[in-house]
Design a binder for this molecule. Sequence first.
Ligand code: AMP
Length: 146
Amino acid sequence: MSDALDAYDSDNIFAKILRGQMTAHTVFEDAMTFAFMDIMPRADGHCLVIPKTPARNIFDASAEQLATCMLTVQLISRAARLAFAAEGITIQQFNERAGGQVVFHLHYHVLPRHAGVSLRPHTGQMEKTEILSANADKLRAALAKL
Ligand code: AMP
């Protein structure tokens, strides 16, 4: 193993979404963070939280990126609990290929959970755009009630 990390690649999919070069189902944004629907949801309402500034993953992220993302993760978790009557929330975050990371811009998965319902496979099936859009609407409506 080399000590050096691969450099941040500004052509990754989430960087393109942040630049408006690819569409996303936006749920929330503030000065530092952005939240949008995962297109291959492992659970209904599966949302991603990312920093607006470049970070590959946990290894190069700044304290500010980590702290602001986690506050947004908490906000989205509370909204998801309300929006999907979630009995629980699973937070996932993968680092480097060996850690399961596929997109190399730091991100947190927020997964609404219900007792006895297993997660679908990671990067499994693409969801219909109208369902992603409806779930983003539900999350935004719940955020407005918090
Ligand atoms: P990972 O890097 O392992 O956390 O996985 C990347 C996640 O990004 C997976 O859950 C994918 O379904 C999701 N994903 C990939 N492309 C997009 C996209 N264009 N919009 C939203 N989510 C995406």
